[in-house]
Design a protein around this ligand. Structure first.
Ligand code: MG
Length: 389
């Protein structure tokens, strides 16, 4: 049977690679909905290629540029900030692939869970911001949430080797990013180009900066905690510069299971779409003889405080991880727009977090409120920093 996919964030890095998987397996997957925020030109090409029933452009300006009157007959067009949620409610899909970045994926993910769609989730902020609530909603609705992130895909695959109660710990691997082994003074003022130069993975801008600060690994710890229901003190991070082992699970008999593969996102994307089955490869093949060695180091929490900040926010729990995720989103955006230096990201993150009054038992509306509060406070910190000489 052909699996019908709704793909939110189809023009981004994960979205385009997801379409590669669909191209490689036209007998397995079909596209019923595509959505982008601003990239309407790529969406137009994708629409002509995949003939989805629905498309959506979230950004109003981009939507005005989109030649909607030239759309093929039978293609529904949605636009505006709510359109990602509307398309999630409208599309007749089996799987919602959430490949958006940042807080924008939040509402559509809950809309997909409410509809009982299976969710292939790449938008890590959703799990980090409201993982407890999302997993609870998903469990109530009987909706499986399958991670697309390479680390969590690896963990999910390793978990197939034992029962939940036999799991001793999860070991998430981190490449260490472009500044691994360097001291803070050496990367305080690095250019955007240097920070975007990831040693092993090719990804979108926001996540690449998050990998350079190790904030990304902090989000992944929180994601793993919610996805696999494992306590935070049993989730470790280990730096593994080759990015060949994508993560591991240690079982109580001392056996460690690892998933290895080329650093090609099409492999975890494909697994999320075909889970629990495996279909033929659409990504690059890993040749073990090409790898001379696999090395491991402890993470340097002093030089990369974002990872420690994320662990602490996760321990505090409640609305704190959501607040932190949004504050970081604002700071990375400010860095990418040359408003703050790279080294300021963890400092301003800590400053912003110190202003938040945590709500332990939260609702969706609390999260939206925390989102607004975090953006406002963090932007104030950024603009105060900019007027300093
Ligand atoms: Mg990852």
């Amino acid at each position: 049977m052909v699996t019908r996919l709704l793909l939110l964030g189809s023009t981004g890095s994960i979205g385009r690679q997801c379409l590669d998987v669909v191209r490689a397996h036209p007998d397995q997957f079909t596209i019923v909905g595509l959505a982008t925020n601003t990239n309407h030109r790529i969406l137009w090409d994708q629409t002509l290629e995949f003939h989805p029933r629905w498309i959506a452009v979230a950004d109003e300006n981009a939507a005005r540029e989109f030649p909607r009157d030239r759309l093929p007959e039978g293609t529904g067009f949605l636009s505006g900030p709510e359109s990602l949620t509307e398309i999630t409610r409208a599309a007749e899909a089996d799987v919602a692939v959430i490949a958006t970045v940042g807080a924008v994926g939040f509402k559509p993910t809950f809309a997909a869970a409410a509809r009982g769609l299976r969710i292939a989730l790449a938008n890590k902020e959703v799990l980090a911001m409201a993982g407890g609530l999302l997993m609870q909603t998903a469990r109530t609705r009987g909706v499986p949430i399958i991670p697309i992130d390479s680390e969590h895909s690896a963990v999910l695959q390793c978990l197939q080797c034992g029962r939940p109660e036999e799991v001793e710990r999860i070991i998430l691997t981190a490449s260490g990013g472009p500044f691994r082994g360097k001291k803070p003074a050496e990367f305080e003022n690095v250019s955007i180009q240097e920070a975007l130069n990831h040693p092993t993975w090719s990804m979108g801008a926001k996540i690449t900066i998050d990998s350079a600060t190790l904030f990304n690994k902090g989000l992944e710890v929180i994601e793993a905690h919610h996805l696999f229901d494992v306590p935070l003190d049993r989730i470790d991070v280990i730096v593994h510069p080759q990015s060949v082992i994508h993560s591991m699970v240690e079982f109580r008999d001392g056996s460690i299971m690892a998933q290895l593969g080329d650093a090609d996102m099409r492999t975890p994307i494909q697994y999320a779409l075909s889970y629990p089955c495996r279909i033929s490869r659409s990504g690059r093949k890993l040749n073990l003889l090409d790898i001379s060695q696999l090395t491991f180091y402890p993470p340097d929490l002093e030089s990369f405080p974002c990872l420690a900040i994320a662990y602490e926010a996760a321990r505090v729990g409640g609305t704190m991880p959501a607040y932190m995720s949004v504050a970081n989103e604002e700071l990375v955006d400010a860095y990418l727009h040359d408003q703050i230096c790279f080294g300021a990201i963890p400092r301003y993150l800590e400053e912003s977090l110190s202003h938040h009054h945590v709500v332990q038992s939260y609702t969706l509306n609390d999260i939206y409120e925390v989102d607004r509060e975090s953006r406002r406070v963090t932007r104030e910190i950024i603009s105060r920093a900019r007027v300093k000489p």
